[in-house]
Design a protein around this ligand. Structure first.
Ligand code: ZN
Length: 263
């Protein structure tokens, strides 16, 4: 393996949510040659968070109201409010500096892959539509995996947005709190499946994205074109659930890649 060592860092407050303690064993199950280290005490410094902040929760709430949740599909944060949005690349830069300052001969080390799990919503700016978009994965090494990005990045079923918008209009007509009504209408439907914070499926999804970071580091290839493969770049929540939870498997090519790395 190119990565002689894989260091997984995780904020303490999301450790249980992704079952972080099981991550090293999971990685070793797929890549027996990997040396894996888990740090469950990762935290961005307040100054780094402030520098990376694009939009606070209140601003994200207003943008969500104005566009019906269209700002990268920004929705509820873990506390029921809109999550603040952070620049993913700024967070990666901050992580890189922190990792570089770690003691020990292996840090920084180009043969060490660093993956940082965060609860913060990471976003990147798209020149095409001049908007920020929620991102699940940002960077290369270190890689940032955002749990809130898993919730907000891949799109929910089309009907969810239609019903939510209908709720927004209805609430606007009666002068109520538009967003609350829109959410309630969409959520009451309960017919739309998507991953949420605290979801019991989150550990499986987190493991899938961790595999993607390792595959990218090893091969330089981003994602898989096969939409049944765990390395597939899911654009829809239904694809996330299918490839990472209900039918998590690797395509023949990626199975071959993993087998080669076992020796
Ligand atoms: Zn594949």
């Amino acid at each position: 393996m190119r990565a002689s060592r894989i260091t997984i860092s995780c904020e303490p407050q999301i450790s249980a949510e992704i079952n972080a303690r099981g991550l090293p064993e999971f990685v070793r199950g797929v890549f027996p040659a990997a040396q894996v280290e888990l740090r469950q005490d990762w935290a961005f410094a307040d100054g780094d968070r402030a520098k990376a902040l694009i939009c606070g929760a209140e601003g994200a709430r207003r943008a969500g109201d104005a566009w019906g949740g269209g700002l990268g599909a920004v929705d509820d944060g873990p506390d029921g409010g809109f999550p603040a949005m952070y620049d993913g690349f700024a967070l990666c830069d901050a992580a890189s500096e922190t990792i570089g300052a770690w003691p020990g001969p292996t840090h920084p080390d180009p043969a060490t892959l660093h993956v940082v799990f965060t609860g913060m919503l990471s976003c990147t700016f798209e020149e095409g539509d001049q908007r920020y978009h929620a991102r699940t994965l940002v960077g290369a090494n270190p890689f940032l995996v955002s749990l809130q990005g898993i919730v907000e990045g891949p799109a929910r079923p089309r009907g969810y947005y239609t019903e939510r918008l209908a709720g927004l209009y209805a609430a606007a007509m009666i002068g109520g709190r538009a967003r609350d009504a829109g959410d309630a209408q969409a959520k009451d439907a309960k017919k739309y499946d998507y991953v949420t914070r605290g979801d019991c499926r989150m550990p499986d999804v987190a493991r899938g994205y961790l595999l993607q970071t390792i595959a990218y580091f090893e091969t330089g290839e981003a994602f898989c074109q096969d939409d049944s493969c765990r390395m597939y770049n899911a654009h829809w929540q239904s694809e996330v659930i299918r490839t990472q939870v209900s039918s998590p498997r690797l395509c023949a090519r990626h199975r071959g890649m993993v087998d080669k790395m076992k020796v």
